[in-house]
Design a binder for this molecule. Structure first.
Ligand code: UFG
Length: 337
């Protein structure tokens, strides 16, 4: 059974392709390589022994999307990762983000309707909750105004999916990720941040590797145990496995409603300082850091109520923080080489 993975050479996409192949699925990757590299396809093949099909396609281009779906008539489900994802860039270039993220989803859904492909897994984010009133945050929490155009595209995409599901035979599973980090044990795939990293873990690994001088901790006056921001960090391989379960759930006709939504986190929050200390301890390396002012748009703290995903999907994050720190560093070292 062929699964189309859009954005399949990207960070979460590539890990998901590996897990799908290891479960026996036939995978077709569609990616425009705007934020990833073609070598990832070979690296996936090195891990699994199977080279996934690959098409370089910009899915925000309606004609190109149509040609892709015309070429492959045996797609049974789509996992839609393809999107721009830099929060800061989205503030500076909102139209780019709305055009890319909304058009690609609309084009994919349109072709799914046309070709009678009834299953989509969508890559959403905990950003839709903003700063939640209650922690841990569950799927029933109210959605808040997005802090960035990127975050808003995730909210709007969820609405587009729900409206499409209501009017068609398509069923959807929307997965709201907390903070994905770590890399595959092989260190053959991982995240490639372009330029100066925005996210905490690549900043830490690049500082430890001597590429950056010092990690800036954005604020130590938050209402958290040590004053630094708290997030629910989840290993990308755990996240990838949840996508396979979601696909199997849809193909097995086990969905309880035509549009389901699940939080994907560990259920536990760690502060920025805890992350740096853990990285230093696990990898036996010092990381320079300094406290600076809060970063605009950051929330104070968030972690997931994962009970719904645990119960309904039979999925639970298995990797601990040590493993996240270890694999992140192994990946940085491999890339340095
Ligand atoms: N942080 C630092 N220094 C850095 C980078 C980050 O102190 O150099 C802190 C942040 O202030 C925050 C934590 O580390 O407290 C995590 O920051 P990240 O940038 O790694 O992640 P965010 O939680 O800000 O962003 C993530 C995803 C986004 C998504 C957002 C939703 O990367 O895609 O969650 O809240 F939109």
């Amino acid at each position: 059974m062929k699964i189309l993975v859009t954005g399949g050479t990207g960070y979460i996409g590539s890990h998901t392709v590996v897990e799908l192949q290891q479960k026996g699925f036939d995978v077709l990757i569609a990616d425009d390589l705007s934020n990833s590299f073609p070598e990832t396809v070979d690296n996936i093949a090195d891990i699994t022994g199977i080279k996934p099909l690959f098409e370089k396609v910009d899915l925000s281009d309606r004609t190109a999307t149509r040609i892709l779906f015309e070429k492959y008539s045996d797609i049974v489900a789509v996992i839609h990762f393809a999107a721009s994802k830099a929060v800061g860039e989205s503030v500076k270039k909102p139209l780019l983000y709305y055009r890319n993220n909304l058009n690609s989803l609309i084009n994919v859904l349109e072709m799914m309707e046309k070709k009678n492909i009834p299953n989509i897994v969508f890559s959403s984010s905990c950003t839709v909750y903003g700063q939640p009133d209650v922690l841990p945050v569950s799927e029933t929490a109210p959605l808040k105004k997005a802090f960035s155009p990127y975050g808003n595209t995730k909210k709007i995409c969820e609405d587009i999916i729900d409206d499409t599901v209501a009017a068609s035979d398509i069923q959807a599973i929307k997965l709201r990720y907390f903070n994905p980090i770590g890399a595959h044990d092989s260190a053959l795939i991982g995240e490639y941040p372009q330029g100066v990293p925005n996210n905490l873990i690549p900043y830490i690994t690049q500082t430890a590797a001597g590429i950056r001088q010092c990690v800036s901790i954005y604020g130590d006056d938050y209402n958290t145990p040590d004053g630094t921001g708290v997030r629910d960090y989840i290993h990308v391989v755990d996240l990838a496995k949840a996508h396979v379960i979601a696909v199997e759930r849809m193909l097995g006709g086990k969905c309880k409603s035509p549009s389901e939504v699940f939080n994907l986190g560990t259920g536990r929050g760690y502060s920025v300082l805890e992350i740096i200390k853990s990285f230093e301890k696990v990898n036996n390396i010092k990381v320079n850091y300094k406290i600076v002012a809060r970063r605009e748009g950051d929330i104070e703290k968030v972690w997931a109520d994962t009970s719904f995903a645990n119960k309904e999907l039979g999925w639970k994050a298995e990797r601990d923080l040590d493993n996240m720190m270890l694999t992140s560093w192994q990946w940085e070292l491999k890339r340095k080489k």
